[in-house]
Design a protein around this ligand. Structure first.
Ligand SMILES: N[C@H](CCC[C@H](N)C(=O)O)C(=O)O
Length: 306
């Protein structure tokens, strides 16, 4: 392990949802099948022994015509996510700077996502059309025929009203008014994330409608827990609110989270969801071979108890 070469990374965030971004096109650590080994993903995500992040993002050479960069997202539990809105804005900003352009196209598991740099440090990403069928979320096979806009799901003895969709990753947005403290809400988030209705688990949004084009949102993320903001969750919340008729689609919806708001525009059913918000570079760093070896060992040790 002491022969492990240094590993360069960039730390960025979007509304406090933070990322360690590793460019495998330049990394000296040989990727295994285009990704870092899972124990290293866990070690880097550890806020005490690693760098700490809500998601680890890996960049590589694109394989599709028209794409500038291949992007893969990982949760700190080692699982892969098909989409991550806040990290997509961060990567778009990095790639715009690298290529000296104002627009780039990201290749993700979801497909090609065009993105552009706007005034004031904002970045817009076209997140694709939301997938609304039960089989696309996905819901459990025997529940896939049910409507995904008006759903009632039972968890921890509560009947929760909400809607589900996929933005390339599964989301369930709860619209029921809840009077719970942070710990109770976390328990509900975890119960819904692992609910048998969602065989691939789900990101759980707790939304409050605060105006005809305004939502307040808190998201319990699959594989991560509560984060200060979730870009794909904000898109899903706006989409589900529009489908339920509680938000109007004639203008973009402002989705307010802990540290600020994202603008989400879904003007028609056939349109892609446009998400706009900030992307901030915090620092660039290099993990020392010794640090990496120690963290790797620690994470391996911990994983015995997972
Ligand atoms: N923070 C992300 C979502 C991460 C996705 C993840 N937690 C999952 O789908 O497993 C966002 O801004 O969209």
């Amino acid at each position: 392990m002491s022969s492990q070469p240094p590993l360069a990374f960039t730390k960025m965030h979007g509304l406090g949802n933070d990322f360690v971004i590793i460019d495998l096109r330049q990394s000296s650590v040989p990727p295994q099948g285009g990704r870092l080994p899972p124990h290293l993903i866990k070690a880097l995500g550890d806020r005490h022994q690693g760098v700490g992040c809500d998601q680890l993002v890996m960049l590589n050479h694109p394989t599709l015509e028209g794409a500038d960069v291949l992007v893969r997202f990982y949760n700190p539990d080692g699982s892969e996510a098909g989409a991550c809105g806040n990290a997509s804005r961060c990567v778009a900003k990095m790639e715009c700077a690298r290529l000296g352009r104002d627009a780039v196209t990201l290749q993700t598991a979801r497909g090609l996502l065009p993105a552009r740099r706007l005034e004031g440090g904002l970045v817009e990403v076209a997140m694709g059309r939301p997938l609304l069928a039960g089989s696309d979320v996905p819901l459990a096979p025997d529940k896939q025929g049910q409507a995904t806009d008006f759903m009632t799901v039972e968890a921890l003895g509560q009947q929760l009203e909400g809607g589900a969709c996929s933005m390339g990753n599964p989301h369930f947005t709860v619209f029921s008014p809840l009077n719970l403290d942070e710990g109770q809400l976390a328990a509900l988030g975890a119960a819904l994330e692992h609910h048998p209705l969602f065989p691939e688990r789900a990101n759980i949004g707790f939304a409050k409608v605060i105006g005809p084009h305004r939502l307040q949102l808190k998201v319990w993320e699959r594989g991560t827990g509560f984060t200060p903001a979730c870009g794909s969750g904000a898109c899903a919340a706006a989409v589900n609110a529009i489908r339920r008729g509680v938000v109007a689609r004639d203008q973009p919806c402002e989705v307010a989270m802990e540290h600020g708001a994202l603008l989400v525009d879904w003007p028609s059913d056939s349109a892609p969801v446009l998400m706009t918000g900030p992307a901030v570079t915090v620092f660039e760093g290099v993990l020392s071979p010794a640090g990496l070896a120690q963290q790797t060992g620690a994470a391996k040790g911990r994983s015995h108890h997972d």
